[in-house]
Design a binder for this molecule. Structure first.
Ligand code: NAG
Ligand code: NAG
Ligand code: NAG
Length: 573
């Protein structure tokens, strides 16, 4: 009697749980379907707007506009030889077309049509007068969702523009679309369950990188000249490097982060930076020149009121450049290494002084500092975002580890130690710590940074040249090889400005050499690293350029130099 009652109760509760789960999934699915339908209408609105403009202006020619660089376009808009409408509808059209191909645009900011009218009616022409700008999903635009790929963020439109968006508009720019990101932003792939996977413009089986991956793919495909991204471990630099464009992460607080979603709310161990992405360095500089203005300092008084330093950006004295081709943790792919060494030669020939630099204990940094800092709460904040959500399959590995209870993580770490010391250490360092331990960690970060700067000063360096992860990984691999971010994550912890410039493409010789790549640890991660990159002949490879904190203009000047020398070399050969 009792037994049958208990089993009836159990049956009942099991059925209730299943029913609840089924209902939750149904709700999620209908919210997703609704969001997709809305995105579909957005893209139709873009097509319609572009068609209407073409019908009204039969002599309109998009190609000459699309072939202009950002500085050229700005000049023509300012002196009136191009109208803001012609430029705007050309890019609306192009962005909607390339999205059919690479799935990068998630939303059309329809109010940009009124911003266009507003821009035209103002007397004073801002530095970005009439320039259409694309905006990463996680940056607030009034009246539109910032989702970070989470269903729970749908139908919660931002009530104000993020400060960067306000400043862009103040300078006459026209923010016109939002672009795709990976769910949670904590990945350098670019996929979520709402908008799907953004793919690499050159090969749809590869990822454009992330988390600002929609920007990377859109700009590379010519659907935008200037995009705004954010970077907490490489999220601007990795997609720029994978796609073969330029990207710049500013010093953490140089540009306001007000109105921008964080990957992990509240953590203060690692510093995210905001920055531009574009096809050339001059465009990045133009964007910074426009953003670093009184309007931003007024809107967000926490940002130091440092205007763009023209003198530093346009200087041409020879530089003392530190360089390294490996961080002795992630063995660079053959093309990454070649990119650094060839760029070093070009810089030397141009009269700069290059000095070898040894990055300090990157293995210690990656686990004891990097992993520990981001997941100091035992992954709780990260996991909170996933409550009541379905998760993107690309995040499977990370979520699996994140969900383990502390004791099991310790046990697992101990068990796999002999097979894979690196994975074992990562596991151990993802456990929850006390406030006291966190403060010890912050002291360690401070010490690490001081040591790094002392080394830099000892060699009397101006800037640093180092590898940037590449070529583009196949889809799904970033989530399996998160250690690949070692080259970029370092400069978030140090909070140095850092940017990437594409300098070469993968050759057949690189590809051949990759076959014997073993890595420093010969573990699962090293093996996956090779698999992720295989078969990428012709794909772009970049270098990373770095400067000390607040030397953003010097970093850009160095990037421009690298870009110029690279272009000259390809002209000669
Ligand atoms: C505007 O600037 C462009 C590019 O510098 C130049 O070619 C063009 O002649 C200028 N047009 C006018 C009307 O000044
Ligand atoms: C983190 O990993 C390092 C190895 O780099 C290890 O020595 C250390 O004990 C780990 N820290 C904790 C608190 O588990
Ligand atoms: C690029 O290189 C050329 C040739 O050396 C030089 O004349 C020019 O000033 C350089 N441009 C920049 C922007 O550094």
């Amino acid at each position: 009697m009792v037994i049958s009652l208990v089993s009836a109760l159990l049956c009942c509760s099991a059925a209730t749980i299943l029913l609840l789960q089924w209902r939750r999934r149904r709700t999620l699915q209908s919210l997703i379907a609704e969001a997709r339908a809305r995105r579909g209408r957005s893209l139709q609105d873009m097509e319609k707007a572009a068609r209407k403009f073409r019908d009204q202006n039969p002599s309109h020619q998009p190609d000459p506009i699309l072939s202009l660089s950002l500085p050229e376009l700005c000049e023509k808009l300012r002196n009136g030889s191009l109208s803001p409408e012609a430029v705007f509808y050309t890019y609306v059209d192009k962005a909607s077309k390339v999205t059919q191909d690479v799935n990068c645009v998630t939303d059309y900011l329809k109010d940009s049509e009124s911003q266009l009218l507003h821009v035209k009616s103002t007397e004073k022409k801002g530095l970005l007068y009439g320039v259409p700008v694309s905006i990463k999903d996680s940056i607030d635009c009034k009246g539109h969702d910032s989702t970070s790929g989470f269903v729970k963020c749908l139908n919660r439109p931002a009530t104000t523009d993020a400060v960067v968006v306000q400043v862009l508009k103040h300078q006459g720019a026209i923010p016109f679309v939002k672009t795709n990101v990976p769910q949670s932003l904590m990945s350098y792939d670019c996929s979520n369950l709402i908008f799907g996977q953004t793919v690499h413009p050159q090969d749809h089986t590869r990822t454009p990188g992330g988390s600002s991956g929609g920007e990377g793919a859109l700009i590379k495909s010519g659907g935008s000249l200037l995009g705004i991204g954010t970077d907490m471990g490489g999220s601007i630099r990795l997609p720029a490097g994978f796609c073969g464009i330029c990207g710049f992460k500013t010093t953490g607080n140089r540009i306001s982060k007000q109105g921008i979603m964080a990957g992990i709310r509240g953590q203060k161990s690692v510093t995210a930076g905001v920055g531009p992405m574009a096809k050339d360095v001059d465009s990045l500089a133009l964007c910074l020149r426009a953003l670093l203005c009184e309007e931003m300092f007024r809107l967000d008084p926490r940002v130091p009121p440092l205007p763009f330093n023209e003198q530093v950006y346009s200087s041409s004295h020879p530089l003392r450049i530190g360089y390294y081709a490996t961080d002795s943790f992630t063995m660079p792919s053959p093309s990454m290494k070649r990119a650094v060494l060839e760029t070093k030669q070009l810089l030397e020939k141009a009269g700069h002084v290059l000095i070898p630099f040894q990055p300090i204990q990157v293995d210690h940094f990656m686990f004891n500092i990097g992993t520990r800092g981001v997941f100091a709460d035992g992954c709780a904040t990260f996991l909170e975002n996933f409550e009541g959500e379905s998760s993107d399959p690309r995040l499977k590995d990370l979520l699996y580890i994140a969900k383990l209870p502390n004791w099991l993580r310790h046990l697992l770490s101990w068990i796999i130690r002999p097979i894979s010391p690196r994975i074992s250490e990562a596991l151990k360092n993802m456990t929850e710590r006390s406030v006291k331990e966190l403060w010890v960690l912050h002291t360690e970060i401070e010490k690490y940074c001081q040591k790094f700067i002392a080394e830099w000063k000892k060699l009397d360096l101006d800037v640093m040249l180092c590898p940037e992860l590449g070529p583009a990984f196949k889809i799904g691999f970033p989530g399996k090889v998160s250690v690949g971010s070692s080259y970029t994550l370092l400069f978030n912890y140090l909070d140095f400005p850092a940017g990437v410039v594409p300098v070469t493409t993968v050759t057949k010789e690189d590809e051949e050499e990759l076959k014997s790549h073993r890595g420093y640890y010969n573990d699962k991660w090293d093996k996956l690293f090779v698999k992720a990159m295989e078969g990428a002949v012709g794909f772009p490879v970049a270098v990373q350029c770095v400067a000390l904190p607040w030397q953003d203009e010097l970093c850009l000047r160095f990037m421009r130099e690298v870009e110029n020398l690279t272009k000259e070399r390809s002209r000669v050969s």
